[in-house]
Design a protein around this ligand. Sequence first.
Ligand code: SF4
Length: 302
Amino acid sequence: MNLIFGPIPSRRFGMSLGVDLSPYQKQCNFDCLYCELAPAQTTNHQDKVVSVNKIITELKTSLLKHKNLDVITLTANGEPTLYPHLDKLINDIDKIKGDTKTLILSNGANIDNQDIRNTLLKIDIVKLSLDCANTKGFRKIDRAFNGIDIKNIIDGMIEFKKIYNGEFIIEVLLVKNVNDKTDDIDALKIALNRIKPDRIDLGTIDRPPAYDVAPLDYDVLVNIKNRLGNLPINITARTEEKTKKQSFDKKEIMQTLKMRPLTILDIKNTFDENSFDIFNKLLDEDLIFKKTIANIDFYESK
Ligand code: SF4
C-alpha cells in the first residue's frame, strides 16, 4: 500500500508529492460521471482509515529523499475531507514540511461544514470543485451522496473565501451535453462571481472516465471561458487551441489584459508573432505585470 506518491510535475501546481488519504479503496461522497476511478457507492464517511502516524512516517522518508518540492498534495481515492483525522494530519505535516506548501484537492462537498472550513484554513492552497451551480446539473454530473446540496456548497465556498488567507482555486470540469448548456454556464458565472476565487481552472475530461461521457473541444472551452467574463480563468485542457491566431496592437493588448488576465498559454494560443513581440515589449516596460496564483502565471495590464 502506497500512501505517498510522486513527486510528479504538475503544470498547475509545480512539483508535487502526493499523499493518498484513502489508500485501501475508493471512498467518496460523489460518483462523478467523469471520475477516473471505477464507479463506487457514495459514502459520507471512511470505513477504512489509515493512521496519521503511518502517513507521517512515510512522508518523512519521502521528504528526506525528494528536495525542491513545490507542494505536498493531500488527495485520495475519493474525497480527502472524509479523512477523519485531517485536522491533526495537517498540524503534523506543518511541523515537517519546511518551505513546501500544502495543497488539498477536494470536491468541495463538505465546505458547508464549519469544522472542515476551519481545517482547510490551515492549508496553503485549497482547490475545490464546482462543476455545476444549479441543482439539476449538479445531480446529473456529480451524483452526490444523499442530502448534499449545491446551494449549501456555494454558500460554504463564499464563507470560506471571506476568511481564508491562502490561495483558493475552484476547478470546473465540463462534460459534453451534461453541464455545458447555456443555463449551466450562466449559473456558474453568477456563482463564481459570488465566490470570488483567486483562480479558476476550467477543463474537460482528459483521462478515461468511469462512465460513457465525452470531453468538450478546446475551442468550446475557450468560448465558455469568454462567456464567463472577467474572471482569472486558466484553461487546463492538454490540447492547445487550433484556431487561427489573432493580431493585436498595443492598445488592444493593454485593454484585453485589463479586462481579462491571461496565462502565457492563452497568450501563445491567441496572439500572432507580431502581437507576441508587442506583449513582450510591454512586459519589459512594466506596463504589463505578472501575478502568480498557485504556480500559474497570469498577465494583467495596469
Ligand atoms: S469527487 Fe473525485 S474521486 Fe469522487 S467521484 Fe468525483 S472525480 Fe471521482
